[in-house]
Design a protein around this ligand. Structure first.
Ligand SMILES: C[S@@+](CC[C@H](N)C(=O)[O-])C[C@H]1O[C@@H](n2cnc3c(N)ncnc32)[C@H](O)[C@@H]1O
Length: 277
């Protein structure tokens, strides 16, 4: 049998991954039910036959490109441990910018918020964890993703979020929100990145939109007026080259105070605007 230390040196087996060492640590930690720190504290621990087989199996699947988050069934977002599966997007760290911006823009304790295309529930649950007094609706089209978001909501005991199945606003009863956030599909169907890395294992319905990736943002912006309270904010994540188009879509939808915000790399990745008072 091999030790933890020996298994940690198998990065060369993951040539296709640009985070081979980290992948090995996370997968080995998941098999042993231990933290990454534990692995370095107990390098001489010898894996049992079952543990070794389980790790070898995960490593092989990773070699074939399966995302680490699908192999462990979990991904951290905004310090929340979220279950993930193939029904929706694996939450990305860049989406935390949307959460951060929403919290800064809306400091109040009482607010009605809507997260459109909630997926794992990432954005809605992060907002709920920070603002227990907010009343949050999280809408999602995929029934499997709705079930996943509900499982995450229950595990985190965030009772101020309601997960509902809806095709954007279509199945929502008439109501007003002070804040609508969304990380909708925004990748162009012809984008070559769709054939690379983790996205190959994520559903196209979570990634791709018509009209060079802008169709869903357009639908959301157009219908948002009916669901926004006076002065309420709409905020969406989009691709790094889409900010000018999204600002134009927001303007055509009648929104005011439109601006885009940059991520840590200096790319404009979110755009916001508000309904006039
Ligand atoms: C880019 S993923 C974002 C998931 C999650 N909000 C996040 O940031 O990790 C887009 C999500 O929108 C959902 N979606 C796609 N079309 C939709 C529609 N017409 N109505 C509601 N949700 C939709 C997808 O199923 C997917 O879960």
């Amino acid at each position: 049998m091999s030790t933890v230390k020996e298994n940690l040196t198998r990065s060369a087996e993951l040539t296709g991954s640009d985070s081979a060492r980290l992948d090995i640590e996370v997968l080995l930690g998941a098999v042993l039910g231990r933290s990454r720190t534990w692995l370095y504290t107990w390098p001489e621990y010898e894996l049992s036959v079952a543990e070794q087989q389980s790790f070898d199996n995960l490593l092989q699947r990773r070699r074939h490109g399966e995302p680490v988050a699908h192999l462990t069934g979990e991904r951290e977002f905004w310090s929340l441990a979220l279950k993930v599966n193939a029904s929706t997007l694996i939450p990305r760290p860049e989406t935390e910018l949307l959460v951060e911006t929403a919290l800064a823009l809306c400091p109040g304790d009482r607010l009605r918020a809507l997260d459109l295309g909630t997926g794992t529930g990432a954005i809605a649950l992060a907002l709920a964890s920070e603002r227990p007094g907010w009343d949050i609706v999280a809408a999602e089209k995929s029934a499997d993703a709705v079930a996943l978001a509900e499982e995450n909501r229950r595990a985190l005991q965030l009772d101020n979020v309601r997960i509902v199945q809806s095709d954007w606003f279509a199945q929502l009863p008439a109501q007003k929100f002070d804040l609508i956030v969304s990380n909708p599909p925004y990748i162009d169907a012809a984008d070559p990145h769709l054939e690379q890395g983790d996205v190959r294992f994520e559903p196209r319905s979570a990634l791709v939109a018509e009209d060079a990736g802008l169709a869903d943002i357009q639908s959301i912006a157009q219908c948002s007026g009916e669901f926004l309270a006076a002065g309420g904010w709409l905020m969406v994540e989009h691709g790094w080259q889409q900010a000018a188009s999204v600002r134009a879509i927001f303007a055509a939808a009648g929104l005011k105070d439109i601006e885009s915000r940059e991520d840590f790399s200096g790319w404009e990745r979110i755009t916001l605007g508000r309904k006039a008072n």
